[in-house]
Design a protein around this ligand. Structure first.
Ligand SMILES: [Fe+2]
Length: 278
């Protein structure tokens, strides 16, 4: 059997009746999934029901997975990262910091993550949707003049705790630590190996190289508003056992706010990126 896809709006695709055995065992499944992901940017597997072991087994078929030992990362299942507002699971900074539009790994040295798989273990009672925009499409919607202008610009990216739309309690010394992290300089337009181009934006954008700070901020804010206009946003309302994959190279995402005590618990696996922003 092959995967059956049904389009989501305004982009993305739902895998119809996903079969966990097929995904874990078929020799064809990994290529099919990755091809579908490249073509659709976001894939929804409704009610797939993965636990940590099967989520890891599925992800390992798709590529090399990221393993870290910092807040949020599981010791028992290396590679599983918990997104939950539970102090024993993760640090509030990293959870609420994802409530603004971002590309995973935009502030890290080297290639950002290739893709992520997010599995819903406990859905929030209300709020907590995850939203996506297609940053290839956002680039394509620019006029020819705008493409030429932004195609020449480079942007400094860093963790900007003060830029988050939700106030975040920072642990003592954290602000100073963040300020010392080196910023990364990325082109505003990412030219991918397959020739496609996408916009590199989000809450990590600090300044535009060669522009006055105010002019750079205005341009970045205008481009973000353009990329995230409501008609371009794919919003996913979580149900228990949903799994959503996104191609981190051609999308931005954010979670919508939810209550501190909502119990929302998501388990994520990230695939190692092999394509630097260039
Ligand atoms: Fe994220």
């Amino acid at each position: 059997m092959a995967l059956t896809l049904e389009p989501l709006a305004p982009f993305g695709a739902r895998i119809v009746d996903p079969d966990v055995d097929y995904l874990l065992e078929s020799p064809d499944a990994p290529d099919e999934v990755m091809r579908a992901l490249e073509q659709n940017c976001v894939l929804l597997f409704r009610g797939l029901h993965l636990d940590d072991a099967t989520q890891l087994a599925f992800a390992q078929r798709l590529g090399e997975i990221v393993v870290k030992h910092t807040p949020g990362w599981s010791a028992e299942f290396p590679g599983i990262y918990r997104v939950a507002l539970d102090p024993s699971a993760n640090d509030e900074l990293y959870v609420k910091g994802s409530w603004d539009w971002h590309i995973d790994g935009a502030t890290m040295l080297g290639a950002p993550a290739k893709a992520s798989l997010l599995s819903c273990r406990v859905p929030p009672g209300s709020g907590g949707e995850t939203e996506f925009v297609d940053t290839y499409a956002a680039y394509e919607r620019l006029s020819r003049e705008e493409k030429e202008r932004v195609g020449r610009l480079k942007v400094w990216h860093k963790v900007r705790a003060d830029a988050y739309s939700t106030p975040i309690h920072l642990a003592p010394g954290m602000r100073e630590r963040l300020e010392q992290e080196p910023a990364q300089l990325h082109p505003l337009v990412w030219t991918h190996r397959d020739g496609r181009r996408s916009l590199v934006l989000g809450v990590t954008t600090a300044s535009v190289e060669g522009l006055e700070p105010a002019a750079g901020r205005t341009l970045l804010d205008e481009l973000l508003a353009h990329a995230t206009q409501p008609s371009a946003v794919l919003s996913h309302t979580w149900q228990v056992d949903d799994v959503v994959m996104w191609d981190n190279r051609g999308t931005m995402h954010r979670a919508r706010p939810y209550a501190d005590d909502s119990g929302r618990d998501m388990h994520r696996i990230t695939l190692v990126g092999d394509e630097p922003i260039q």
